[in-house]
Design a protein around this ligand. Structure first.
Ligand SMILES: [Zn+2]
Length: 247
């Protein structure tokens, strides 16, 4: 793979970093990242992936843009209301990096289509807003030994997880065995817009660490951020012997 002079200039401030270099940039260009959910998390996440130079970005969402999305879904504006999120996101992401191949899936993920959607991607980013989909993604990524970077937000709180299922690790179901009775999401609980920006950006950061194989301290842990107290903390995740995935 050759990096053109223009690309070299575009990415020069990251290529100059020893931990990136030309080899790192080539890895980024060769990577295939899937973003599940183009909401408050998926927007900053996909913007950063394109800005970094990720070569293939899959985006999955079957929703249309609504007025109430615009306080946090920063890729969209008022002229986009009523249009499909993946259509608009594809156009805008390509404006940031026209060399990123954007693969849109205007579909709601379920157990029948998950293999077709996730199969070809190296790193899977869960930016969805409900536990049912979250557990479905977890179980599939574990079975297929994918890297799963999972983010969630509610109220003033955000959480980030990384599961490298090529290794022995607890899974999301070890932490959350079943769908909780109160299935919280932004529609019912509300969310502060900036927390989606912080956590979506951290999710992109962890994708970058994974592509470049820079070891973060996130494995087997959950990172929690509260946007009022401005506290980051990490909680250790253990393998749950009762996990139905037999972790
Ligand atoms: Zn498990």
């Amino acid at each position: 793979m050759k990096i053109s002079n223009k690309e070299y200039e575009k990415f020069s401030k990251q290529i100059i970093l020893k931990k990136f270099g030309i080899m790192g940039q080539k890895k980024i260009i060769a990577s295939k990242i899937l973003v599940l959910g183009m909401g408050g998390l998926g927007c900053p996440l996909s913007i950063y992936l394109a800005s970094l130079g990720v070569g293939t970005i899959g985006i999955v969402d079957n929703d249309k843009i609504e007025l109430s999305n615009l306080n946090r879904q920063i890729i969209f504006d008022t002229s986009d209301i009523g249009k499909y999120k993946v259509d608009i996101a594809k156009k805008k992401i390509n404006k940031i990096n026209k060399k990123s191949k954007i693969v849109p899936f205007k579909i709601r993920l379920n157990k029948n289509n998950i293999e077709k959607i996730i199969g070809k991607f190296d790193i899977i980013c869960d930016s969805t807003d409900n536990f049912q989909t979250r557990l479905l993604i977890n179980d599939y990524c574990l079975k297929q030994k994918k890297i799963l970077i999972s983010a969630a937000v509610s109220g003033f709180n955000g959480q980030l997880f990384k599961f490298d299922f090529k290794k022995k690790t607890p899974c999301f179901r070890c932490f959350m065995p079943d769908i909780p009775d109160r299935n919280q999401n932004c529609d019912t609980e509300g969310v502060t817009p900036t927390i989606t920006g912080v956590i979506g950006t951290l999710q992109a950061n962890e994708v970058l660490n994974s592509i470049l194989r820079l070891k973060s301290n996130l494995e087997k842990k959950m990172m929690i951020f509260n946007s009022i107290k401005m506290d980051f903390r990490k909680v250790h995740l253990s393998i749950n012997k009762k996990c139905t995935n037999k972790c």
